[in-house]
Design a binder for this molecule. Sequence first.
Ligand SMILES: Cc1cc2nc3c(=O)[nH]c(=O)nc-3n(C[C@H](O)[C@H](O)[C@H](O)COP(=O)(O)O)c2cc1C
Length: 201
Amino acid sequence: MTTTLDTLALPREAQDLLFREARTANAFTDEPVTDDELRAVHDLVKWGPTAMNSQPLRVVYVRSQEAKARLAPHLSEGNRAKTVAAPVTAILAADTDFHEHLATTFPHFAGAKAVFADDARRTEAARTSALLQAGYFIIGVRAAGLAAGPMSGFDAEGVRREFFADTNQLPLVIVNIGHPDHSGTHPRNPRLGFDQVVRTV
Ligand SMILES: Cc1cc2nc3c(=O)[nH]c(=O)nc-3n(C[C@H](O)[C@H](O)[C@H](O)COP(=O)(O)O)c2cc1C
């Protein structure tokens, strides 16, 4: 039987960087995260696929202590201190007005915007593709040599009011980003095996 290493096209070092050795970070060193690194993450992960190329993910980077203080009250207790201490924190949100860009991002289909005329359908589509993009984002952070600490433990309505009041954007996931301090990393938990998660019909 061939192994994963033999089968994948991606070099072993990249497999390890993105998945095998990458860990969810709970603590970070003082080394800063630069704006150039954050821009490089975007320039890579923007190529990930979304429904009708809708690209609904929006990102707010929370960097200053003032902005962290606005975020902190909306975080669950266990997520608060590590988020305030992280070099930078991304609020990942779904833009339910993504359809306004479709004439540019899906120009070969004139009826694209009309497909999403219904509010409920558009909100569901925004959430689905933005969550996929959130996954690409986490892997992109790792590709930049950084570590990500994704969190869903927060009051989404509170974060929406504080950071997205004048928009139709819905916060989905908050991600701490930095160079990992491995003393904060939990022991690796087991993953389900191929036969537990796959059926071929
Ligand atoms: C969508 C999502 C939400 C999460 N929410 C939290 C959270 O609120 N607080 C927390 O400490 N960890 C949170 N985690 C971290 C997960 O527990 C962690 O990624 C998982 O156990 C795998 O850890 P590993 O990458 O170190 O193997 C979240 C992860 C994801 C992807």
